[in-house]
Ligand binder design. Sequence first.
Ligand code: NAD
Ligand code: GLY
Length: 373
Amino acid sequence: MTKQALLPKRERVSIDLGDRSYAIDIGSGLLDAAESYAQLPAAHSAMIVTNETVAPLYAQRLERALSSSYARIHTVCLPDGETHKTWESLNLIFDALLSHGCDRKTVMFALGGGVVGDMTGFAAASYMRGVPFVQVPTTLLAQVDSSVGGKTAINHPLGKNMIGAFYQPQRVLCDLDTLTTLPARELSAGLAEVIKYGPIADMAFFDWIEGNMEALTARDPGALAHAVKRSCEIKAWVVGQDEREAGLRAILNFGHTFGHAIEAGMGYGTWLHGEAVGCGMVMAARLSQLLGGVDVAFVERLTRLVQAAGLPTVAPVLDAHDNLGRYLALMRVDKKSEAGEIKFVVIDRPGSAVVRSAPDALVAQVIADSVPA
Ligand code: NAD
Ligand code: GLY
């Protein structure tokens, strides 16, 4: 067998950001292959950031693969969960970097889902005013969305992802094999972000997801590979035009205004981010219908697809006495809000989205129609 034949099968999507451009590699067997880490910035040391769930599954394998590129490899293991996306966890990363004498060239590796990825990116953006980092996403959500595009953050008790920075990784390495150990509920959460790309940008992809939802939930490797690749292509296309969300990039937040209110209102970690986004997309589609962008058949189609992904489509009551008031208060904290005015991503025609405000009466109708009767 030739050396070439031993290389893992990989596909590459490029994100074009001038001198901050990088590759998103997608394939099977990438984690263990030393080739995956070729041409990253040279350094004496590497710092792997992971969590207590992912570490026993994949940390040793990453350490082994990195050993041909770095003389010293350290690993810091964070507590697992959205509730730990905090200053305290961030400080654990800084403690590890400083106590191991990591310098400005140290390359950081985020091994885990979006929580680990967002925190590692923020730590990399600020440690010694910026060190290189690599995303090694191990959840579907992180492979199709959070590892790409350079949004990094931690949560604040008053709002999700409120403290952070735009900071691009040097590379994203999506090893599809890691998805085999992902709990079913987490796989569904990732499918929410896959579905999202259809209504906002690519109805042909939406058709494909509909036709392949069974294969996706059954973790068919070919279906997952296509879903990750097409999602990354769409995200790379959007971020390539609007890295810092001056306009277009906000469409990637379809379903997130309602979704973030659900996540925060229920308490971080009660509803998974993807679950809240799934339900939030149905709510945003209802709002789009009331604003004339789509018809009821479209809303029903999206609702069926979200349900088929195993995601909730009935919104929770966040306050038994003033549910609308609670939703509005939480949605005002959204980063898209301007001078207290809530902004929504709505579909203006299938495959195209815009960001706009909406009359309170329509928002109230959506919320009333979305919670249990
Ligand atoms: P997560 O990081 O909490 O991971 C989900 C769970 O799966 C965790 O318990 C994790 O330990 C576990 N896990 C990870 N990989 C595993 C594997 N291969 N096998 C078994 N278990 C595994 O959640 P997530 O859904 O990956 O990410 C959600 C976070 O991403 C949120 O904080 C959200 O705000 C953020 N996000 C960021 C962006 C962005 O652009 N930066 C985009 C979307 C979401
Ligand atoms: N997930 C939204 C964004 O990256 O902009």
